[in-house]
Design a protein around this ligand. Structure first.
Ligand code: PHE
Ligand code: FE
Length: 288
């Protein structure tokens, strides 16, 4: 989730905060960093990434060497689902972010991490944004979900409920798991772009894995400083779309006002639990 630091675009940015990607300014080292990250993650995600994600990597030709050129990538994406990828300098105000999504524009940072930051980086760079988020935008159902999320985001501002809606984004778009072929697969961008978390989220005994429930997710706090303590599992993108697009969130926000927040590691009696986590990592008993 992007956040607000300035309310007016920085120098050189357009009124909608976009900037030219300036593809020709990337150095050979920048492209080599993308290639290393791409090779490592595409191998890691065989059998772990959901089918729509792996298909998106393929149809968008993301395996070609070097950082993708947003114009070329947008042309492919536009033909498939009507989405585009536009560059921004970094974090943008919430309303700007939502407005882009609502208009089927995904905003991506244009910078890439340094070679000593392959494993972890606080701000979303072009690898997280493009490798992590863009492949699923080639899926028509997911593409509709992201647009609806943008519209819902704008609406949430009027209810003062962005912090609740942001949890939905966090536990789906960034850290979601999906049931597929009788097992669990990854779809969240924060997971698929992280070498460590893409193994942890599926294979480690530490986190809870809980069936997705809209209200439950919107009550649950999340961690920004470590791997998640709970992951939520959707049965399909169709069901996620139905649970969100076909629900008026006004009464949901009102109901949430009366309910307590839930801790990131909590398990409730009414949860449909797929895995009860040991939470050993969070207790510092396992280092990885
Ligand atoms: N249906 C939601 C609302 O009424 C909007 C929304 C759609 C939010 C999809 C998130 C995802 O506000
Ligand atoms: Fe992200």
């Amino acid at each position: 989730m992007e956040s607000h630091i300035h309310e007016t675009p920085p120098e050189g940015a357009a009124a909608d905060w976009t900037i030219p990607q300036d593809w020709s300014a990337y150095t050979a080292q920048d492209h080599a960093t993308w290639d290393r990250l791409f090779a490592r993650q595409s191998a890691q995600l065989q059998g772990r990434g959901c089918a729509a994600f792996l298909h998106g990597l393929d149809v968008l030709r993301l395996s070609r060497p070097g950082i993708p050129d947003f114009e070329e990538l947008s042309a492919r994406l536009m033909a498939l689902t009507g989405w585009q990828v536009v560059a921004v300098p970094g974090l943008v105000p919430d309303a700007v972010f939502f407005d882009h999504l609502a208009n089927r524009r995904f905003v991506a940072g244009n910078f890439i991490r340094r070679p000593d930051q392959l494993d972890y980086l606080q701000e979303p760079d072009v690898f997280h944004d493009v490798f992590g988020h863009v492949p699923l935008l080639a899926d028509p159902v997911y593409a509709d979900y992201m647009q609806a999320y943008g519209q819902g985001g704008l609406r949430s501002l009027a209810f003062g409920a962005l912090h609740k809606l942001a949890r939905l984004y966090w536990y789906t778009v960034e850290f979601g798991l999906i049931e597929e072929d009788g097992g669990l697969r990854l779809f969240g961008a924060g997971i698929v772009s992280s070498h460590g978390e893409s193994e942890f989220a599926l294979d480690d005994p530490s986190p809870n894995r809980i069936a997705f429930d809209l209200m439950r997710v919107m009550r649950t706090n999340y961690r920004i400083d470590d791997y998640q303590q709970s992951y939520f599992v959707i049965p399909s993108f169709e069901s996620l779309l139905r649970a969100t697009v076909e629900t008026d969130f006004a009464p949901v926000y009102a109901a949430l006002e009366t309910l307590d927040d839930i801790a990131p590691d909590a398990v409730l009696p009414q949860d449909r639990l797929l895995t009860r986590g040991t939470q050993l990592r969070a207790r510092g008993e396992v280092r990885q």
